[in-house]
Design a protein around this ligand. Structure first.
Ligand SMILES: NC(=O)c1ccc[n+]([C@@H]2O[C@H](COP(=O)([O-])OP(=O)(O)OC[C@H]3O[C@@H](n4cnc5c(N)ncnc54)[C@H](OP(=O)(O)O)[C@@H]3O)[C@@H](O)[C@H]2O)c1
Length: 344
């Protein structure tokens, strides 16, 4: 039975919104019906590039559009909480860019609002909906490397400092921990869950540190150690001013797995690879075919959940998001990252 495509409205017309919208257009489960921006001009320019959906010159107008079923929220982080809550109040399903909010407390408010409104909520960690991630979880769950002991994961890139840019500015929720640190943390929690028969697991101890920008106080690069209740450890690192390896390595008592492209596997579709090294055996390359581009999997997973009447998307549930936000709060606190704005 084919289901009606989910009717999307885009809130915020920045860089990632352009990529996401292309995935909606490439999907079978989604249809772009409207775009909302703080200005009519930006909305019109965006709409012209993507098949002329309806244009709204304010976010309020987008949320009031009755044809919009689901909102993709792609503002800088500090505006996620308020617009996600307003979207729930308008009865819209929400796919919100990561991080869901600046901190755990705000995330709890968003999750509660979505539950109260009976809408579907997902934090847009797109790699979670990709078949490579499912394969990795399956390997760990089936004991391919034996008892898991250590996960190492990084996501860091070098961007030259730009005053007032969202990656650095304190008022815009700048810093690597919130921008990309959530990826390695969410991966470690996912694998800790897979190792213990759960969807995810939360660390019992988080220690961390960072190099902070001298004026903004946001983290330029940061590292943390997570300890889970069975002694599984994760070393995670991230940065907006430091290019990193951007890989994941898992070490178990019977072997290891190397993930060369953990966050953006086969971005345009194709094949991604995992390297399994069982102790005493030759390395084995496991190919994971992906029929669709990376972000299309996210679009389809979200639509499938909505059409199935689920309040959560299995790839990244609200409970999983709250656990991730708790770990990011702990990492930021250890590193001394404080958001000074009223919205934090
Ligand atoms: N999942 C991923 O792969 C991925 C990748 C990159 C970024 N992200 C996430 O997506 C979010 C947006 O990132 P981005 O790189 O797309 O940012 P961006 O290019 O700066 O775009 C953000 C958009 O938000 C809107 N906005 C609302 N209030 C704003 C304000 N005070 N200042 C600036 N823009 C404001 C603007 O759209 P209007 O002018 O139309 O209102 C702007 O174009 C972030 O939370 C980030 O973590 C996710």
């Amino acid at each position: 039975m084919s289901l009606l495509p989910l009717r999307w409205g885009i809130l915020g017309t920045g860089a990632i919104a352009r990529q996401f919208v292309q995935a909606v257009l490439d999907s079978t489960g989604g249809r772009l019906v409207a775009v909302g921006s703080r200005t009519g001009e930006a909305a019109a320019t965006f709409a012209a590039a993507f098949g002329h959906p309806r244009v709204h010159g304010s976010y309020e107008a987008l949320l009031a559009d009755p044809e919009v079923e689901a909102v993709y929220l792609a503002t800088p982080h500090p505006w996620h909480a308020q617009w996600a809550i307003r979207a729930t109040e308008a009865g819209k399903h929400i796919l919100c860019e990561k991080p869901l909010t600046l901190n755990l407390e705000d995330a709890r408010c968003v999750v509660a609002a979505a539950r109260a409104a009976g809408v579907t909520l997902m934090e847009a960690y797109m790699y979670r909906a990709h078949p490579q991630t499912a394969k990795l979880v399956e390997l760990v769950r089936n004991g391919a490397v034996g008892r898991l002991g250590l996960v190492q994961a990084s996501f860091g890139f070098h961007c030259p400092f730009m005053p007032g840019h969202r990656l650095f500015a304190n008022a815009l929720g700048g810093g690597g921990i919130l921008d990309v640190g959530g990826y390695p943390v969410s991966m470690a929690r996912l694998l800790a869950g897979a190792a213990s028969g759960r969807a995810f697991a939360d660390p019992v101890v988080v220690t961390g540190a960072a190099r902070l920008h001298p004026v903004e106080g946001t983290d330029l690069h940061a590292a943390a150690t997570l300890r889970f209740d069975d002694g599984l450890l994760a070393q995670v690192a991230c940065g907006v001013s430091l290019e990193m390896e951007n890989v994941v390595r898992l070490f178990g008592e019977e072997g290891s797995i190397f993930v060369p492209e953990p966050w953006m596997p086969a971005r345009a579709g194709g094949v991604s690879r995992l390297v399994l090294q069982r102790r005493g055996a030759a390395p084995e390359t496991i190919e994971v075919p992906a029929e669709r581009p990376l972000y299309v999997y996210e679009v389809e997973a979200f639509a499938a959940a909505v059409r199935a009447g689920l309040a959560e998307v299995p790839a990244m549930t609200p409970a999983d998001t709250l656990g991730n936000m708790a770990a990011l709060d702990a990492w930021r606190e250890a590193a001394g990252v404080v958001y000074r704005g009223a919205q934090a």
